[in-house]
Ligand binder design. Structure first.
Ligand code: NAD
Ligand code: AHE
Ligand code: ZN
Length: 370
């Protein structure tokens, strides 16, 4: 079938809106009509060429919501008409990782997903007879896409697509990192580096679990107002510190260091700062931000010897098919706020404007509606 898509033909070039061809679902696969998709910083990162797994041409996008239109042979849990959220971290419930109950990082299709292919090693998308890569197993910058059944969470039908698409990455990543990965306790002190689409959800998660002090760090002063609305109690703009000592400032504000810190930018200098402002003896620092090819983190091992722990979180540690429907319920029950974080909506034709606004720090989340 013909579908409308924003195609990344080359690294560092704007997306191009084209009519591309999509093959129907094969065994274990599902055709989904995408109704809305968010723009995440990771899409911009991959388009920039900094992603070691970046492949071109590709149809990017991994923060979507839509409706099942057709199922392939052997599909057991989904039927046409079901409302779904694509999962870049699938949940097969059969692989070593899923069965371990120690991680959300299902490994059953990770190898082909990283090569921009479906699990059988081929692509469903093509343009002028040449294959186009899938992206993160989702490719939501198209009005139809094909995914494996294990990479779709079935969600309630009264939830609006233009809001719950954000649960496909940013909301779950931020709130999940607090609840599932770091397991922040009530009355904790929390520091969040980067107050964008992910960091604001970390703040929202920290508030939800009853953190006592929530410190936000960002170089964009416009982020302060929104972050306070979501529960931030103290704002630190590194540019306003005369000595630039963010670590010292957070240690001062928390009386010795934060119980939990989160890096939500993808900057290795900030990752180090986030570790080093965690409390001696027990502070836990969670890396969420994605750093470019070749970048490495460093610190004095003494920081770890003295009891700080450095951990990471992908998709907030959430098991997609199990946890995503619950997070949709939290939204529908007004327990979490998504609406205020979706600052802009655009048609597919203007998707590049969404990335420009992200670069200029004007948007939190832009949603493209089909
Ligand atoms: P965003 O662009 O919406 O937000 C980034 C924020 O960081 C902005 O507010 C910006 O002003 C701030 N910032 C930039 N440089 C800074 C600095 N030097 N000091 C302080 N603040 C600074 O991006 P996002 O969508 O929130 O994504 C954030 C990061 O999380 C990206 O690296 C993205 O790839 C990653 N991410 C990871 C996961 C995961 O599962 N681990 C999921 C989604 C996104
Ligand atoms: N491909 C990159 C890493 C990208 C990355 O870390 N992706 C996160 C999700 S970001 C969503 O916005 C993730 O879930 N990673 C786990 C995984 O299996 O990809 C690289 O450096 O190679
Ligand atoms: Zn994302």
């Amino acid at each position: 079938m013909d579908v409308r898509a924003a195609v990344a033909f080359e690294a560092g070039k704007p997306l191009e809106i084209e009519t591309v061809q999509l093959e129907g679902p094969r065994e274990g696969e599902v055709l989904v009509e995408i109704k809305a998709t968010g723009l995440c910083h990771t899409d911009k990162f991959t388009l920039s060429g900094a992603d070691p797994e970046g492949l071109f041409p590709a149809i990017l996008g991994h923060e979507g919501a839509g409706i099942v239109r057709e199922v392939g042979a052997g599909v057991k849990h989904l039927k046409p008409g079901d409302h779904v959220i694509p999962l870049y971290t699938p949940e097969c419930r059969e692989c070593k990782s899923c069965l371990s109950q120690k991680t959300n990082l299902c490994t059953s299709i990770r190898a082909t997903q990283g090569k921009g292919l479906m699990p059988d090693g081929t692509s469903r998308f093509s343009f002028k007879g040449q294959p186009i890569h899938h992206y993160m197993g989702c490719s939501t910058f198209a009005n139809f896409t094909v995914l494996p059944e294990i990479a779709l969470a079935k969600v309630r039908e009264d939830a609006p697509f233009d809001k719950i698409c954000y649960i496909g990455c940013g909301v779950t990543t931020g709130i999940g990192a607090v609840i599932f990965t770091a397991k922040v306790e009530p009355n904790s002190t929390v520091a969040v580096f980067g107050l964008g689409g992910i960091g604001l959800n970390v703040i929202q998660g920290a508030k939800l679990v009853g953190a006592e002090k929530i410190i936000g760090v960002d170089i964009n002063p416009a982020r302060e107002e929104m972050a306070r609305k979501f529960g931030m109690t103290h704002f630190v703009n590194p540019k306003d510190l005369p000595d630039g000592d963010v670590v010292g400032r957070i240690i001062e504000l928390t009386g010795g260091g934060a119980d939990y810190t989160f890096e939500c930018v993808g900057n290795t200098t900030l990752m180090r700062q986030a570790l080093e402002c965690a409390h001696r003896g027990w502070g836990v620092s969670t890396v969420i931000g994605v750093a470019g090819a070749g970048q490495e983190i460093s610190t004095r091992p003494f920081q770890l010897v003295t009891g700080r722990r450095w951990i990471g979180s992908a998709f907030g540690g959430a098991r997609g098919r199990t946890d995503v429907p619950k997070i949709v319920d939290w939204y529908m029950e007004n327990r979490i706020n998504i609406d205020d974080l979706i600052t802009h909506k655009l048609p597919l034709e203007k998707i590049n404007e969404g990335f420009d606004m992200m670069t200029r720090g004007e948007s939190i989340r832009t949603v493209v509606e089909f």
